[in-house]
Design a protein around this ligand. Sequence first.
Ligand SMILES: [Zn+2]
Ligand SMILES: [Zn+2]
Length: 403
Amino acid sequence: MNAALDSAVLPRSLQIETGIAAANAEFVALRRDLHQHPELAFAEHRTAGKVAALLQQWGYQVTTGIAGTGVVGSLRRGSSERSLGLRADMDALPIHEATGLPYASQNPGVMHACGHDGHTAILLAAARFLALHGQFDGTLQLIFQPAEETGSGARRMLEEGLFERFPCDAVFGLHNWPGVSCGHIGCIEGPAMASVDQAHITVHGKGGHGAEPHNTVDPVLVSAHVITALQSVVSRNVDPLDMGVLTVGSIHGGHASNVIPDSVELKLTARTFRPEVRSLLQQRVPALVEAQAASFGARAEVDYRLGFPPVCNHPAETALAREVAQDTLGAARVEQAFRPRTASEDFAFMLQARPGSFVFFGNGDSAGLHNPRYDFNDAILPLAASYWVALAERYLPLQQAAT
Ligand SMILES: [Zn+2]
Ligand SMILES: [Zn+2]
């Protein structure tokens, strides 16, 4: 037993920092081991196995197989009925790693390019400290989620009764963020990340000889007008004070310069911060595309697919996260100018079900997320693990002894 960790000599924040630092090398090694062995969505068998074994070793009650490869570690202390969920994601991406690092992926074409190896190691470092030295009263639910990258892991965990089986009064998550100084944190109340939906559009015309356009209905020309018309949705239908993004990222049609094809296919992504704007885009995109095609004598089919909602941070939980961040990292490292991001996260589903907050830890000057040269910055690991521990102890405080 390390006396310094359990005595009242040091302030609690320093006890946590010291205890986390003492075991840091073990978790950096674990993070790099996970990095070397990345696994795609719903195939995180090795990762989940490691997570479950460690949690068990530290005395957690471990449940595996939630949403396939998901793991929950539960730890109850004292008599309080309060409960807290902390979530990490475990999956990697179908990207061929180009970092050249000694611990680069040994699984060709699969890579931890979003830092979920880091998120898993951070929560495990916190889990160990909380089991060995944690001062809390209530139940901790440590949620290791599969398949964040495909946007389906969180939803499937909820469908399989996550919060009924493992009650959580609140749930918190975090993500590393390239381009923000390492050691800094961003906490945002309200929308922090965007919703994501997509539309697959097929414009049906009438193909023919490129030299005889009058005998055809040219879906290439129609598609050009459709794409141009779509620019009016954000500029003319969305309230200028709201955020909306429509990006046509894919267009395919035809093969030869002198042949007008029968059809053209378009794919677009839609991002918003508010449900009202999300519904507006869902309604306006098909209406505009279909009418635009009809005006040329063509026909458009629009398959609009809802992805996931915006990450919407709850006020009280975000205030708590900010306070804990200030105590753990120092007020100067809590980014005042951190802005919401138009990327997306399926933690949004958990925040629809329970109050909570999703925060961003600066990854320093690294390559961007989903880039083959990206790497998680190990310097974040002890800072974020200390944040988790402090948050858990603040949310599940020890009962004051009666005097
Ligand atoms: Zn990602
Ligand atoms: Zn991610």
